[in-house]
Write a protein of this length. Structure first.
Length: 261
């Protein structure tokens, strides 16, 4: 009888301890006591629209589009009146703009039909809107309504895993881990602190560890040295290479000159 196959063991993550997590948030809070989104908005509805447009796009790009859009349409009724085609003209610079235009008009219509034109303040209702998923719902609940939600995007997912704050295999696992380990007093602002850290310091390709405020707490092994340190390392490596070449040349046997007959 063939032996039963062993189940692959679950991945073990390195995790920060409670005192380290407290210190991490203390430092981020000291640097930015009142963090908020970098998306421009006026109320829960314009925030919902901006966050919906921001999927696979930059906040800067979304802000450029909404700067022109919101003076024309900043309520569900105005957005539905504008329509998909005309809305598309305002957001063509944003990725996936065709689908986003359809979703924004559709969610606006649903808000009028089901919620009296108001943005609901619960996740289930928000996720029933076209184009609104868990992350968008969490951002709106946190930023517009001050609820202790942590929306996990690519930046927060990276920071949580890299630092050991709340590692997980997917965004839902990281979200649940963050809600579990983050002290209650930091829950409302945690989303903004972590997203800004990931966007400007803990970058995907080359994290700028040399000026990270939590570098000594972070469990990431391959920390990036400062530009000056990188120059010193390259200079030292170059000198070592020159020495090795010189030794090889010195070790080569010299050819003897042939005697004249």
């Amino acid at each position: 009888m063939p032996a039963a196959k062993k189940k692959p063991s679950a991945k073990r993550y390195r995790r920060l301890k409670a005192p380290q997590i407290e210190a991490l948030y203390q430092r981020l809070a000291a640097l930015n006591p009142n963090p908020t989104t970098e998306l421009n908005y006026k109320d829960p509805y314009t925030l919902l629209v901006a966050v919906t447009l921001s999927a696979q796009a930059t906040d800067v790009g979304v802000n450029k589009a909404t700067k022109r859009l919101f003076p024309i349409a900043h309520t569900p009724k105005q957005m539905v009146a504008l329509g998909v085609e005309k809305l598309g003209d305002y957001i063509k610079t944003i990725g996936l703009w065709r689908n986003k235009a359809k979703n924004v008009v559709a969610l606006s219509q649903k808000l009028l039909d089901d919620y009296g034109g108001k943005v609901p303040d619960n996740r289930e209702a928000l996720e029933s809107l076209p184009g609104v998923g868990r992350k968008t719902a969490n951002v709106v609940l946190n930023t517009a309504f001050g609820q202790p939600m942590i929306a996990v995007d690519t930046h927060i997912f990276r920071v949580s895993n890299r630092t050991g704050l709340a590692p997980g295999k997917d965004v839902v696992a990281v979200e649940k881990a963050l809600e579990k380990v983050t002290p209650e007093k930091y829950l409302v602002d945690a989303h903004h602190w972590l997203i800004l850290l990931g966007r400007y310091i803990c970058k995907a390709r080359t994290p700028e560890c040399w000026h990270c405020p939590i570098a000594d707490i972070c469990l990431y092994k391959d920390k990036t040295p400062s530009p000056d340190e990188q120059k010193s390392i390259k200079k030292a490596a170059s000198k070592t290479l020159v020495k090795k070449k010189s030794r090889k040349l010195a070790a080569k046997p010299k050819l003897k000159k042939a005697k004249r007959s």
